[in-house]
Design a protein around this ligand. Structure first.
Ligand code: SAH
Length: 357
């Protein structure tokens, strides 16, 4: 039975399912058995564009580890590591930081068996011990630095539509042979956004839950999370659910489980979840500003200095793609949460959460 047939059967039996449940069912199937990244896949991410991305994030982590007093051991956590490219580049770039190799333990939170295999292959040459987990709760206690690049956008959202009755949750129903969106009859009184006709608001409980877990952990044991994703400082009044297949947008209801489903990340939701647990918030800043502050231009010049003209051209193209406002530089944002003992984080400024940045 295809995932589409499974979803149709479920809705026939139980009635319309929430957008959240629909995304969960689609994404579990989508990620389980494939490598969706790269030219032959559905989408490309920053670490796949250039080694500079993972290298700079590795150095960011190393600087933080030193600011934490170089705890040994410490956990370097990555959420949704894809092909393992970011982590491999980060470990290579930090290999000579004194004491780090002896201290670092890599913990990858990854549900996809297919991608775990890719990660195993990518990280074997590093010689660093790597552990895999289904959820972030499974990562052993202790000081930690966590990285999440294009992870939170892959978690299921709830959507609510403004109606005369109030905010009503969106569901997915049968429509002949296909699927369509409907709204639940009863409004949900817990949505506190001002009602505007035709508006849609989104919530991401999975993200908020993971952030609360990490924030509580950092407050008690030390550490920080760096989250990089495309998104906004919410609430936004619009539908951001989108489907990508072979690098082109498709209808999210068209090919359940076969297209990549994502939603924009609400960085304010992350910041609030972290603040609730007593963690500090840094940023968000644009990816372009963040990478420039970490020295991506210098790194690009160093790579170009020992490259062939063709390679140098590729480095320059990657630099622009990662930092330019026409590429990922503006749309992608960087936010960190950390325990309060870490006063400044490289490339970011503290966010007191009183004003919108
Ligand atoms: N960070 C990588 C990959 C982004 S794609 C990069 O930048 O290239 C999203 C990643 O999150 C994939 O590795 C996917 O398998 C993983 N993932 C998706 N949902 C997950 C979940 N609920 N728990 C853990 N990993 C998940």
């Amino acid at each position: 039975m295809s995932q589409r047939e499974r979803i149709l059967t479920l809705i026939t039996a139980e009635g319309p399912i929430t957008v959240e449940r629909y995304m969960e069912l689609c994404l579990a199937h989508y990620y389980a058995g494939r490598d969706p990244l790269g030219a032959a896949g559905d989408f490309t991410t920053a670490p796949e564009i250039s080694q500079m991305f993972g290298e700079l994030i590795g150095l960011w982590g190393a600087a933080l580890w030193q600011a934490m007093g170089s705890p040994t051991p410490f956990r370097l956590i990555e959420l949704g590591p894809g092909r393992g490219t970011l982590m491999a580049d980060a470990l290579r770039a930090t290999a000579r930081v004194p004491g780090l190799r002896e201290a670092v333990q890599v913990h990858l939170v990854e549900t996809s068996p297919a991608l775990r295999e890719r990660q195993r292959g990518a990280l074997a040459p590093s010689g660093v011990a790597v552990h895999w987990h289904e959820t972030v709760e499974e990562v052993p206690t202790g000081p930690a630095i966590a990285i999440a690049n294009e992870f939170f956008d892959a978690l299921p959202i709830q959507q609510y539509e403004a109606t005369e009755r109030g905010w009503c949750e969106r569901r997915v129903a049968l429509d002949g042979e296909g699927l369509r969106f409907v709204v639940q009859a009863d409004p949900d009184p817990t949505v506190d956004a001002p009602l505007r006709p035709g508006a849609v608001v989104e919530r991401n409980r999975a993200t908020a839950g993971i952030v609360r877990t990490l924030a509580a952990r950092f407050v008690g044991q030390g550490g920080a999370l760096l989250a990089i994703d495309y998104g906004y400082w919410g609430p936004a009044f619009g539908d951001t659910l989108q489907a990508l297949r072979a690098h082109a947008f498709t209808d999210p209801l068209e090919e359940p489980g076969e297209a990549d489903l994502t939603a924009h990340v609400d960085f304010r939701e992350i910041a609030r979840a972290a603040a609730e647990m007593g963690a500090a918030v840094h940023g968000p800043v644009s990816q372009g500003d963040f990478l420039r502050a970490l020295g991506i231009e210098l790194r690009a010049s160093a790579l170009k200095a020992r490259a062939t003209p063709v390679q140098a051209e590729a480095v320059e193209t990657a630099l622009l793609r990662l930092t330019d406002s026409a590429g990922m530089g503006e749309l992608f944002k960087v936010l960190a949460i950390a325990d309060h003992s870490l006063q400044t984080l490289p490339g970011l400024r503290p966010n007191p959460l009183e004003d919108e940045p």
